[in-house]
Write a protein that binds this ligand. Structure first.
Ligand SMILES: [Mn+2]
Length: 248
């Protein structure tokens, strides 16, 4: 048996997204991937938008994703440390996954060091220039008062509103994402600003729905994890090297 020494990163599964029918095969693909990595995974980072919508009520758990959640539980029980990042679609994770899976929930960025390499990890929403409307909404959605108010709605109504909204998302409409160039990709702009304040080896994001792996200097690479509607991309750290790969 191989050593449990690899660290995996993936984001933007968007489980539960519209149209619903497409979710079954996506969930199965993700489970096959988790089955493969559970053999050598030490840690698993899920870097946001794992669910197309997630809201935890004090006593109610949203329907669906049961095989996926079961598989995460299996990995957790095997000793894989799971870290979940809040995305813009699933920022309402509180203590359910912490209690059930021992998962760590990250609200914004996480900085970690492995084998002397500095990693900066963030879902990627609300960073870089522009998108003022979303930055405002994010503050609103993340306010405890707003969350308290939303939790007062009956779940059928609250989740119903979210599902109607989600029909208009980029994922639901499967918009064709095009790389805008290094000087216009906002996460690359953000990364370059960040690198003025501190040195990193790897900057890992999701959110963009476009996988890329770009050298910003001799030392630093920016990696976007893509999504699991079209690309099925993930990154793996083997202790020496970080690679962006495609799951088939
Ligand atoms: Mn997303």
């Amino acid at each position: 048996m191989s050593a449990r020494d690899k660290i995996y990163f993936a984001s933007d599964f968007h489980l539960g997204s519209y149209p619903k029918e497409a979710n079954i095969s996506r969930e199965q693909t993700i489970i096959r991937w988790l089955d493969a990595i559970k053999l050598d995974a030490k840690e698993l980072y899920l870097v946001g938008d794992i669910f197309d919508f997630w809201f935890e009520y004090r006593t109610v758990v949203p329907r669906g994703y049961i095989r996926f959640l079961g598989k995460l539980a299996e990995l957790a029980d095997l000793g894989v440390k799971i870290t979940l990042f809040k995305g813009n679609h699933d920022m309402w994770m509180f203590d359910y996954f912490k209690n059930e899976l021992g998962a760590e929930i990250i609200s914004d960025e996480l900085e970690v060091t492995y084998n002397g390499k500095n990693f900066y990890i963030h879902h990627g929403d609300g960073l870089g220039p522009g998108d003022k409307k979303y930055k405002f909404l994010k503050q609103f959605f993340r306010s405890p008062f707003c969350q308290w108010l939303f939790a007062r709605l009956h779940p059928n109504l609250g989740i119903g509103i979210a599902q109607r909204w989600s029909k208009h998302s980029r994922i639901a409409n499967n918009e064709d994402e095009q790389f805008l160039g290094e000087d216009r990709e906002w996460l690359i702009i953000y990364a370059k600003e960040l690198l003025k304040t501190k040195e990193y080896d790897y900057l890992i994001f999701g959110h963009r729905h476009l996988p890329y792996d770009i050298s910003l200097s001799d030392r630093t690479r920016i990696i976007n994890l893509g999504e699991w509607i079209n690309f099925y991309t993930y990154a793996v750290w083997d202790g020496e090297e970080l690679q962006l790969k495609t799951w088939k």
